[in-house]
Design a protein around this ligand. Structure first.
Ligand SMILES: Nc1nc2c(c(=O)[nH]1)N[C@H]1C(S)=C(S)[C@@H](COP(=O)(O)OP(=O)(O)OC[C@H]3O[C@@H](n4cnc5c(=O)[nH]c(N)nc54)[C@H](O)[C@@H]3O)O[C@H]1N2
Ligand SMILES: Nc1nc2c(c(=O)[nH]1)N[C@H]1C(S)=C(S)[C@@H](COP(=O)(O)OP(=O)(O)OC[C@H]3O[C@@H](n4cnc5c(=O)[nH]c(N)nc54)[C@H](O)[C@@H]3O)O[C@H]1N2
Ligand code: SF4
Ligand SMILES: [Mo]
Length: 728
């Protein structure tokens, strides 16, 4: 019998879905990766980004050593523990001179997907006494979490997708982005649900890969989601298509909501949003007559000027229909690695979104999501007490990702100390004083816990709808001759040199007393291995860590059934449909109805591209087969009217800046819109070839002119622009 290649299992942590992958060794020792057909939730799903992780992790751009900047600007390799000692010394000096607030951290995409690193970095910031913790969440979909402060959070959560008669998707394209609503294999789930009779309405200026399966697709003008949702609320209230029992028992503020949505007749909304009155009416009826349904939104509505407002209306509409799990319903996932909120039919909140630390910028403040990231550049560049002087970046790339790219790049350069944890010399790392080269996913332990956690944030169809979990063990040693360690080891080495004790909290969202009880002290002299760290992160997990650790192939766990309990007697909190701030913001949209900009007649809208994740690994050929840059997708009619040939370059100008893009015809894009992905291009000090590097749309965005009053997320989609052909 010939030897069969050994089959092993891992997890892709490129995006939220954390797909299980099967790894087999090729004769040359390389790993071939593919999806797991027998997996009960993913059913073999994987994408090219995941199947390429071996190649990118073993690719030429990977850093095999940490780097220190020399006085002449060049980098030299440095042994990582020695680097941690130098970093510690410089941080101590900065704190002595400027106070703890002068030290900030920024956690980007791979900070979230490297939970040991993120938790240790948060622990270090707490130990230093700085609340200047920034994450990508406040330039992403911050309203999704922060609107719950205004509306309240329904503890029992949302019904599972097999219950839905209808789904409303707003500004999200889960089939490509895995952004929730349809679980970990969205295309398949959508097919199954539609075969069962589920109807779908999509609101998106582009007929996206998901929206094209909708029964009704509302290809709206960007930035008109709140008006459309207000129109739905009005229609439901007029027609009595609301859950009157739920409203009377669980909600307050109905009269205020009713008054606030009254001006939003479909006649007016059709005009504002540029969609047909008939389609709006049909969509409202389809959704309003569904017994159980779900509403999920994404970056589209959050980035187009109505983040908290549109998400507040998502919650209000969900409550009008009573689309929450109710007493007696079974909770689909009682939890494996993550403690779910208590299964009771009751409301937590409303509560204050702000949580303490004031930003020095634009009167904004810290929220549950940390400090407002769109203020970080100004926190660095603006002189005065508390100015940020040192920044630790974990798995993020501000120089390509932040709105107002030129300012963000200048801010990175202005810091006294920039430390970047990144496997490549990213656009941001090029400005760093120290770059730490981490171990990568195939070389470390990992788990499905983060996707399970995302399922507890109150958005339907996010996370696992069954008690599923997977744990992965390292499949590879780091490359020969490398000097790498895990993100958390580096952060802990800094703490050790500064003689700081770190408190490591579990990943679950817990009340403060419980979080304190389940947190672990890591002393300077400790050397926790990865196993010990995961045990800390999963402390208090519904299934004990030891039972899950060996489950390297994802599976569904036997868990006792959990039924939602009725609201306990004396519980006073109720969902608030009448938040004054939110409704005032809705009223203000009535004044902004004729915002035509004749100088800038087009609107730049955001999108994600299937084969790349934000700025990561744009140098891997199999991921660039379809697009090696980020085209400016436009409706063919617009291209013809402008007499630009597809494939030609155009100068794209906003009120803030300009870039050159490459035009690509796409009939799915609404007339008047230019659909372009983010995190491409170069920093402003480098030449940028749009056909090779792509174009950085962040250069077109201002971070300080139009922004959300709660999270500070600036206008990042629906940007007024002009287009002009570029002569070669
Ligand atoms: N104009 C515009 N701007 C946008 C957006 C938009 O739609 N339009 N979207 C915004 C959104 S939603 C987001 S989330 C942000 C993204 O903002 P960021 O998270 O700051 O940007 P990323 O490109 O995701 O940065 C990921 C970094 O992690 C590194 N990395 C990859 N693998 C690993 C790993 O295993 N470990 C570590 N430590 N690092 C790793 C990559 O090399 C890369 O440098 O961009 C925002 N910016
Ligand atoms: N392949 C891939 N997957 C990714 C990423 C990636 O870069 N590549 N990035 C990851 C990240 S960081 C995030 S945050 C998630 C985001 O996940 P999603 O929110 O699903 O992001 P997109 O796929 O860009 O879908 C946003 C949709 O909003 C539409 N849109 C733009 N403006 C408006 C508007 O004003 N109103 C409405 N209603 N729609 C609008 C766009 O046309 C687009 O189809 O995806 C993640 N997944
Ligand atoms: S969908 Fe996301 S997690 Fe799954 S293989 Fe692709 S990049 Fe990896
Ligand atoms: Mo994001």
């Amino acid at each position: 019998m010939s030897a069969r290649p050994e089959i092993r299992y891992t997890i892709c942590r490129i995006c939220a879905a954390h797909c299980p992958l099967i790894a087999t060794s090729k004769p040359d020792g390389a790993l071939a990766l593919h999806g797991d057909k027998d997996n009960p939730l993913y059913h073999g799903f994987s994408c090219v980004k995941g199947r390429e992780i071996y190649n990118v992790q073993r690719g030429e751009s990977r850093l095999l050593h940490s780097l220190r900047r020399l006085p002449d600007g060049r980098f030299e390799p440095i042994e990582w523990e020695a680097m941690a000692a130098e970093v510690a010394e410089r941080l101590a000096r900065i704190i002595a001179d400027h106070g703890p607030r002068s030290v900030a951290s920024y956690i980007g995409t791979y900070g979230y997907y490297s939970q040991p690193g993120m938790t240790f970095l948060n622990g270090l910031m707490n130990a230093l006494g700085s609340r200047m913790i920034f994450t990508s969440a406040t330039i992403d979909q911050p309203g999704r979490i922060l609107a719950q402060a205004m509306h309240g959070a329904w503890l029992a959560g949302t019904p599972a997708s097999d219950q839905w008669d209808a789904l409303l998707l707003i500004g999200t394209n889960p089939v490509v982005s895995m952004n929730g609503a349809l679980g970990p294999n969205p295309a398949r789930r959508l097919r199954e649900l539609r075969a069962r009779g589920m109807k779908m309405v999509a609101i998106d200026p582009r007929l996206s890969e998901t929206a094209r399966h909708a029964d009704i697709a509302l290809q709206c003008r960007p930035g008109t989601d709140a008006q459309i949702l207000a129109g739905f609320a009005r229609a439901w209230l007029h027609a009595g298509l609301v859950d009157a029992d739920f409203l009377s028992q669980e909600c307050v503020g109905l009269d205020e909501l009713q008054a606030a949505v009254e001006p939003f007749s479909f006649d007016l909304v059709a005009n504002v949003a540029g969609v047909s009155e008939n389609a709006l009416r049909e969509a409202a009826t389809l959704l309003g007559t569904a017994r159980v349904g779900a509403i999920a939104a994404g970056t589209g509505n959050n980035m187009s000027g109505q983040s908290t407002l549109s998400e507040y209306l998502v919650l209000a509409l969900t409550s009008l229909r009573g689309w929450w799990l109710r007493a007696g319903d079974e909770k689909p996932n009682p939890g494996v690695l993550i403690q779910p909120p208590p299964a009771v039919a009751a409301t937590l909140g409303p509560f204050a979104a702000g949580t303490g630390e004031a930003s020095r910028i634009r009167g904004l403040q810290e929220t549950m999501l940390g400090m407002p990231t769109a203020t970080l550049s100004d926190e660095i560049l603006t002189p005065g007490e508390g100015r940020v002087r040192a920044l630790i970046v974990l798995g993020g790339n501000p120089a390509l990702a932040f709105p107002d790219q030129a300012k963000a790049h200048a801010a990175m350069r202005d810091l006294d100390l920039l430390i970047v944890v990144d496997p490549v010399l990213s656009a941001t790392a090029r400005s760093a004083d120290f770059v730490f080269a981490p171990k990568l996913s195939l070389e470390v332990q990992d788990s499905s816990a983060i996707y399970e956690l995302f399922g507890n944030f109150g958005s339907p169809g996010m996370g696992f709808e069954r008690p599923y979990a997977q744990f992965s063990q390292p499949l590879l040693e780091p490359p020969a001759g490398s000097d790498v360690a895990e993100d958390y080891e580096f952060i802990h080495a800094i703490a050790r040199k500064m003689d700081l004790t770190l408190r490591i909290k579990p990943m679950s969202m817990l009340d403060p007393a419980e979080a304190e009880r389940l947190s672990t002290r890591v002393e300077p002299g400790d050397r926790p291995d990865s196993d010990a760290v995961w045990k800390m992160l999963l402390n208090g997990s519904p299934v004990p860590y030891e039972e899950v650790r060996d489950c390297t192939r994802g599976r569904i766990f036997e868990r006792p059934r959990v039924t939602v309990a009725p609201r306990p007697d004396g519980w006073i909190e109720r969902l608030n449909l009448g938040d004054a701030g939110g409704l005032a913001e809705l009223a203000a949209t009535l004044n902004a109805i004729n915002n035509e900009d004749t100088e800038r007649p087009f609107r730049l809208i955001g999108r994600r591209m299937r084969d790349v994740m934000n700025s990561s690994w744009h140098d891997n050929p199999p991921q660039l087969r379809q697009w090696a840059y980020n085209p400016a997708f436009m409706n063919p009619g617009d291209i013809e009217a402008l007499s630009i040939a597809p494939g030609r370059k155009v100068r794209i100008r906003s009120a803030h800046g300009d870039i050159v893009g490459v035009v690509q015809a796409d009939p799915a894009v609404r007339t008047g819109c230019v659909s372009m992905s983010h995190c491409w291009g170069q920093t402003p000090d480098q030449p940028e070839d749009p056909l090779i590097d792509g174009s950085n749309t962040g250069r077109l965005l201002a971070d300080d002119t139009q922004y959300d009053r709660v999270s500070g997320i600036p206008l990042m989609s629906g940007i007024p622009i002009s287009l002009e052909p570029v002569d070669v």
